[in-house]
Each structure stands twice: as C-alpha cells, then as structure tokens.
Design a binder for this molecule. Structure first.
Ligand code: CO
Length: 134
C-alpha cells in the first residue's frame, strides 16, 4: 500500500533561520518559500538525494502547527509523508480498518500540486502521517 518516503516535515518557528541552518550550515539545496494558505503553513523543501525535508512555518492565525510549536518552541519533527498510488482507495481501506482521517476526509492539494490526506497520529504509532498520491 505504501510507496516511497516522499518527505519528512519539521515544524519551525522561523523559516528563514531554519533555511539558513540547512543551506548554510548543512550545505543542502533549499527551495524558495511557498505559502499554502489552505494548509496554514509556509514551506520550503530541502532536496536530498533520496528524499526531501519539508520545513514548515505557521501562516495565519489558525495554523495547524501553532499548537505544536507551543509545545516545542524550538521546532521538531511534525509528520512523515508516504507516497500512494490511489489515495481514495487507501483512505477507504484505512477507514474500514478503523483509522481516523483528519479534516473532512477529502484530499486537499498539497505543496507538490498533488492530493494529500493526513492520518491521526494516535492510530499510527504516535506519528502524524501524510499520504500523497503520486
Ligand atoms: Co508534508
């Protein structure tokens, strides 16, 4: 059911500072910032040979990562994103197995212009899971 690891996401309080850590200190290629109002975040992607790291900064007053940063003010690992072939089929299979899909359960368009869904961390070993259809 799961394909490749698409990215690991890290929530950060200051995207420019986090970009500098990855670009200047760690020497990685970092994309330009992209604002995603529908998701309440601004993101950059750190491009690695085998995957990406997504750095997320809150955008707007009701950002889903605001509460996370209140608990972890210096930032921290927020979610992992796995690729799937058919996001609706996977969603229906997981729901039938009792897993909770966040939001209204319908895929939204994510940072790569592809449909994404988020799964409840309590149903997945304490980790927020994003599924992206590729
Ligand atoms: Co993500």
């Amino acid at each position: 059911m799961l394909g490749r690891l698409n990215h690991i996401a890290i929530a950060v309080p200051d995207l420019a500072a986090a970009t500098a850590i990855y670009r200047d200190t760690l020497g990685a290629a970092v994309s330009q910032p992209q604002s995603l109002p529908e998701h309440g975040v601004t993101v950059v992607f750190v491009e690695l040979a085998n995957t990406k790291v997504e750095l997320l900064e809150p955008l707007g007053g009701e950002s889903p990562i605001a509460a996370f940063l209140e608990k972890s003010p210096s930032g921290g690992m927020h979610h992992v994103c796995y690729e799937v072939d058919d996001i609706l089929a996977v969603r229906d299979r997981l729901k039938a197995a009792g897993a909770r899909v966040l939001g209204d359960g319908e895929p939204k368009i994510g940072a790569h212009g592809k449909p994404v869904l988020f799964l409840h961390p309590k149903d997945f070993a304490g980790t927020l899971v994003e599924l992206e259809q590729v």
